[in-house]
Design a protein around this ligand. Sequence first.
Ligand code: KG4
Ligand code: ZN
Length: 357
Amino acid sequence: MNATVANRSNPLVLGIETSCDETGIGIVRGSTLLSNTIASSMDEHARYGGVVPEVAARAHLEEMVPALKQAVAEAGIALDDVDAIAVTTGPGLSGALMVGVGAAKALAVALDKPIYAVNHLVGHVGADILDPSGTPFEYPTIALLVSGGHTSLLLVRDIVNDVELLGETIDDAAGEAFDKVARILGLPYPGGPQIDRVAADGDPKAIRFPRGLSRPKDMEKHRYDFSFSGLKTAVARWVEQKQDAGLDVPVADVAAGFREAVADVLITKALAACADYGVPRLLLGGGVVANARVREMATERARAAGVALRIPPLSLCTDNGAMIAELGAQLIMAGHAPSTLDFSADSTLPVTEIQVR
Ligand code: KG4
Ligand code: ZN
């Protein structure tokens, strides 16, 4: 396998992402997005109410080659033109990751190209560099990544050298909480968009649900950590009590109150990190960023705090291959050497390991 990148100043990189239920293939040239193909197995998980790892891995196997072909065609390149392959090596679901890692290694060997094994969470930060709005990405930034699989608060001083985990969820991810509460309310999976839709007609102040890890004592010990399992239980109890009393459940108000609690905790903690570290920039990533209230609250409060808010287009916020390709491109442009073929999928890869050598 080739250990050098032919074009270091403006590399053509193909990125492969399979950490959860999206088979993502993206192609970038330098910091320019050329294609971003995403095949999701979400529908296959719907009847289980959450992502089933085995089903996700099998779907990646089926989608990999068609997605590759589509991404290459849309980018208008030949596979052999790429300067390097980048792949998500973790964190994520082991079986799902293994499909992407296997495909990436096979391509690297067959095409004789260097390979970059990269961190999924840091990839979410890379997505912002591709933002077509053109405003340049600046360091340092606080990044809040919220999806069905993660809720992480990062301090990014340099995307290729210095990413620090400030905090993360100690139980459910924010998206997972949306999915579970939707189920309690009898709404289909994935729950986030459903709750968002229903909440639009509700009163967010009608019911005040608890804000996890937000009491003064918690803010000392778990200042940047999140907890959503208590909130989910509080919603379940509240709904049960109404049902036991034979009363109608005001679904819109419950959804609005729950959404408000999640948004409040996410934005409060993210802006606390901005203030504590003197970082006037906040980047949002992950599927939960689609949430209307999260976006609205982030926009209002960031403006009030003098923090520049960055929200990439949704196709780059949810899991995708382009963000992985871009992280690979950033590593190459910064002169980092490729990975060897010895790496393997690491479901618990820490965020500080930006690249696995
Ligand atoms: O990033 P993503 O597409 O995939 C992974 O989890 O890896 O995020 C999906 C998650 C699901 O939990 C879904 O319910 C949530 O994002 N989500 C939302 C919204 N749209 C998607 N949560 C809240 N509000 C939304 N509008
Ligand atoms: Zn993700």
